[in-house]
Ligand binder design. Structure first.
Ligand SMILES: [Zn+2]
Length: 176
């Protein structure tokens, strides 16, 4: 398990019954430990080489080298699955902030209203582009149909010629 640094300034034993405090980095609620039931999970950022920068969530009682300590420990993806399972969050959010994002850039991405007209414009462009592609595709489709019918006609003609030749050869041989 990764080692941790930068402990969130969450008061571990604060208002268990109140609304869940939110981890500022991921926007995920910090729920009460599912095993202990009397303490909230904490969010930490891994400093381990193989998972450096990854956000993870664990019970403050979880001790890395103590298997008898609380086992509540989740990386972000697993934690989101757990939260969804117990109805703490809805369906996967479209804009999950990247784990490496700083709070500053997070604040910037959290103001989508200002760029809404731009987004709509973007979508409109994409639709125009798509419809262009669709018309290209249908022209290609009709071209393919013409080609296939040409080939079929050729095959039919060749088959007829072969049949006529075979009949002629048969008559010549039979008349000898
Ligand atoms: Zn626990």
């Amino acid at each position: 398990m990764p080692q941790s640094s930068s402990v969130n300034s969450q008061d571990l034993l604060s208002n268990l019954d109140g609304p869940d405090p939110v981890d500022l980095e991921t926007g995920l609620p910090l729920i009460v430990c599912q095993s202990c039931k009397d303490v909230r999970l904490i969010a930490l950022t891994s400093t381990r080489q193989n998972s450096c920068g990854k956000r993870f969530f664990k019970c403050p009682r979880n001790k890395e080298k103590d298997p008898t300590s609380c086992r509540s420990y989740y990386f972000q993806a697993d934690y989101e699955t757990l939260l969804r399972g117990i109805g703490k969050i809805g369906l996967p959010r479209e804009t999950t902030p990247a784990r490496t994002q700083s709070l500053h850039s997070l604040a910037q991405t959290r103001t989508p209203d200002a760029s809404l007209p731009e987004q709509i414009d973007d979508i409109r462009k994409k639709i125009i582009e798509l419809s262009g592609r669709v018309s290209t595709l249908s022209t290609q489709g009709s071209l393919t149909t013409v080609l296939i019918s040409c080939i079929l006609t050729m095959v039919f003609l060749v088959a007829s010629i072969v049949a006529i030749l075979a009949a002629l050869v048969y008559f010549v041989v039979a008349n000898k």
